[in-house]
Design a protein around this ligand. Structure first.
Ligand SMILES: Cc1cc2nc3c(=O)[nH]c(=O)nc-3n(C[C@H](O)[C@H](O)[C@H](O)COP(=O)(O)OP(=O)(O)OC[C@H]3O[C@@H](n4cnc5c(N)ncnc54)[C@H](O)[C@@H]3O)c2cc1C
Length: 580
């Protein structure tokens, strides 16, 4: 079974310690029970119980310490394969639990990337003591515009600095052992030679007298802080990096972190799915079960296929993250896709399920009520969908028109630390990155809906080629609104590619039926975005003509659809319910 079922936990692990981490975490939440999870959510209770549990079991220490700082203990490693599932389990039980882990990951990013051995050794020790961490990037006035950072380090005569300024929306800002903070070094009278030179990343402790927790900005269990540094003394040993390195550190950390957002969506949707199928299959209206309505079946089949696609895409992306190197930076396309595509698909899954369970989705005792609220967060954190799409578009030319040669990558589930994540190097040169030929995957799947999707891709390439040759289309390169829709179509191609690759590697997890049913929604989504592109103010007559050809209908196969409903979707009825 591809979806997580905490009560039948059957995932393959290379070592027993990793299995124990997952089983213990499941046990913690099942013992806490749904009633208490929901009550704590309602009352906005700081999750001290979860933090105590993780501290006692050294969970963050095991999962978030790179092997090199693990003191020879093999259980201590930064292993994306197992971190995927920890993400999924936490969000399965509540986004707040996931969030404290996620912002710890972000806070640790600049530290593990830095060359500051003293801070790294201190951090390894703090993790062992159960510490959590924070990432101080955002400021109230500047949003995505990090260039405008106002946090300032003022050099002192004795070679130290004083930090002054405020950060806004900083998770764990109330309790973090260390908060990695981005600022600029003030150099009075000196002219800036480039826009990166003044940047600096440094660490502060949230319990220091000069660190002021101004407030919690959000109305939730999490503490998303505004904090102020008031003449906070900073020593050379507190600095993580300066100049362009500090800037790259911020972006490279977000590259690591944004991957987890998709897993949070997957965890939330999976739990919501079990609740929805149980409710609908047990509810009788006009003498019939709700799951006998054809439209309800359709909503469920669509939600299920979208959820499976989210998961297998994210799993396959992990293989590329784990094998990345300075020569192979393909992960830089796949991680923003996990962030942007998987999380927006998560919203769609919850919308579909909510259309079925309707009023039930509001009830205070249901997990679903939290899911419906929390699923909205993931597309908006760590850069909005737009910001990530703007990034993805940079890869489009090489992806379609200049593929590279790469050795084939299999599943990467070996127990090892993913050290490259902390050595990603400069963040520039994105449009030069090459990808392997997507046709290899598409040509390997001789299925009806994949065939139709391939026709759509061929037309899309035609559209891109025609646009490059057409002077009337030149101004489109500046029109973000147009590019966002173009990016949606590109994203679908890369999404389908990794889904097929995963299926080829794990055929027993994803049947041919299921793959073809997934491509049923892929064909429909491609058609939807084609029509949107057609309608854009800037689309040219040539583009409009191709867009209309890209609108296609998936192959109707009632037998396959029936098997997916019976064997995959309805079969989940009664399979999981959280302990009360
Ligand atoms: C609950 C929560 C927790 C958070 N935790 C943290 C944390 O721990 N640490 C931290 O540093 N930050 C944190 N953040 C901040 C978060 O990362 C930002 O809110 C997010 O990146 C979006 O920024 P913004 O909301 O200010 O949008 P803005 O940057 O103000 O964007 C406004 C609009 O402009 C668009 N836009 C902006 N730039 C571009 C671009 N280049 N291309 C295309 N469109 C663009 C956006 O898509 C959006 O539609 C948190 C936020 C929340 C709500």
């Amino acid at each position: 079974m591809i979806l997580l079922n905490p009560k039948r936990h059957e995932r393959k692990y290379p070592d027993d310690a990793s299995r124990q981490v997952m089983l213990k975490t499941i046990e913690f939440f099942e013992s806490k029970g749904r009633g208490k999870v929901k009550a704590d959510d309602r009352d906005r209770v700081w999750y001290a119980d979860f933090l105590k549990f993780q501290s006692e079991n050294k969970l963050f220490a095991q999962l978030l310490t790179p092997a090199q700082y693990g003191g020879g203990n093999e259980e201590y490693r930064w292993d994306t394969y197992r971190n995927c599932e920890f993400n999924e389990i936490l969000a399965f039980y509540g986004l707040a639990y996931w969030y404290t882990w996620q912002v710890s990951i972000l806070g640790l990013g600049p530290i593990w990337i830095s060359k500051n051995e003293k801070v790294k050794q201190r951090t390894a020790q703090l993790l062992k003591e159960g510490g959590i961490f924070g990432f101080g990037l955002s400021e109230k006035e500047h949003g995505a515009d990090i260039y405008s950072t106002e946090m300032m380090l003022v050099p002192q005569d004795d070679g130290t600095y004083r930090a002054n300024g405020r950060k806004y929306y900083i998770g764990n800002g109330n309790e973090a052992a260390l908060v990695s903070t981005l600022g600029k070094i003030r150099k009075p009278g000196e002219k800036e030679t480039d826009k990166y030179e003044r940047f600096v990343f440094f660490v502060v402790g949230s319990k220091h007298g000069r660190y002021e927790v101004v407030k919690n900005i959000v109305n939730s269990q999490s503490f998303v802080a505004e904090y102020a540094l008031n003449d906070y003394p900073i020593y050379e040993d507190d600095l993580l990096a300066k100049g362009r390195d500090a800037w790259d550190m911020a972006l490279n950390t977000v590259n690591i972190g944004k991957y987890n957002l998709g897993w949070a969506s997957i965890g939330i949707c999976t739990h919501a799915f079990y609740e929805a199928i149980d409710h609908a299959s047990n509810r009788v209206l006009y003498g019939k079960h709700v799951t006998d309505f054809p439209h309800v079946r359709k909503l469920f089949v669509d939600a299920y296929c979208r959820l499976v696609a989210m998961k297998i895409f994210a799993l396959r992306a992990a293989d590329y993250i784990r094998t990345a190197s300075p020569q192979d930076r393909r992960y830089l396309l796949y991680t923003p896709m996990v962030k942007m595509k998987v999380t927006t698909q998560g919203e769609e899954v919850i919308d579909l399920l909510w259309d079925v369970i309707a009023a039930k989705g509001f009830e205070k005792d249901m997990f679903f009520e939290m899911a419906a609220r929390d699923i909205r967060a993931l597309p908006k954190l760590e850069g909005t969908v737009h910001v990530n799409m703007a990034l993805i578009i940079k890869f489009m030319r090489n992806y379609f028109f200049d593929p590279g040669e790469f050795p084939e990558i299999s599943r990467v589930d070996a127990p090892r630390s993913d050290d490259f994540l902390f050595n990603q190097g400069p963040t520039k040169g994105l449009s030069d990155i090459q990808f392997h030929d997507f046709n290899i995957a598409y040509d390997s799947a001789a299925l009806p809906n994949v065939g139709i999707f391939k026709e759509q891709i061929k037309l899309f390439k035609e559209l891109l080629y025609a646009s490059a040759m057409d002077p009337a289309a030149e101004s489109q390169a500046e029109d973000i609104d147009f590019l966002l829709t173009l990016g949606e179509l590109f994203t679908l191609v890369a999404y389908g590619q990794l889904i097929i690759e995963y299926r080829n590697l794990e055929p027993e997890q994803v049947s041919e039926d299921l793959l073809d049913q997934i491509f049923d929604f892929m064909v429909r989504d491609f058609s939807k975005f084609s029509l949107q592109l057609y309608s854009k103010t800037q689309s040219t007559p040539k583009q409009m003509a191709i867009c209309l050809k890209m609108v296609k209908k998936p192959v109707v196969d009632q037998a396959r659809y029936g098997r997916i409903w019976n064997e995959h979707v309805y079969a989940l009825k009664g399979q999981y319910a959280m302990n009360d």
